[in-house]
Write a new protein. Structure first.
Length: 95
């Protein structure tokens, strides 16, 4: 596992996170991602990409994301940041 995108999402969770790496294997029953202590199912896209939905979090801040091919041993590390309501954008306009 080399990186995740996006690297941030709301405390409410449900951010569709792409997990990038090499040599991922299509094992639909046992692919998973961990966001800190919380574990979610992963969807195989290709040997270089998985998809995981971020789980809800109680606190803002950075957590480590890891992936597993067997839902028991997790490896790789990428950072994912949770933000609260104050992290929302109200208006974007050209300057």
């Amino acid at each position: 596992m080399s990186s995740v995108s996006p690297q941030l999402g709301p405390l409410s969770g449900a951010t569709n996170v792409s997990v990038y790496g090499t040599n991922f294997v299509h094992l639909p029953e046992s692919l998973s991602c961990s966001f800190g202590p919380a574990v979610t199912n992963a969807t195989y896209v290709s040997p270089e990409m998985l998809l995981c939905d971020s789980p809800p979090a109680a606190l803002e801040g950075v957590t480590e994301v890891r992936m597993s091919l067997n839902s028991q041993e997790f490896y790789g590390v990428a950072n994912f940041s949770y933000y609260g309501a104050s992290g929302s954008i109200g208006l974007l306009a050209p300057s």
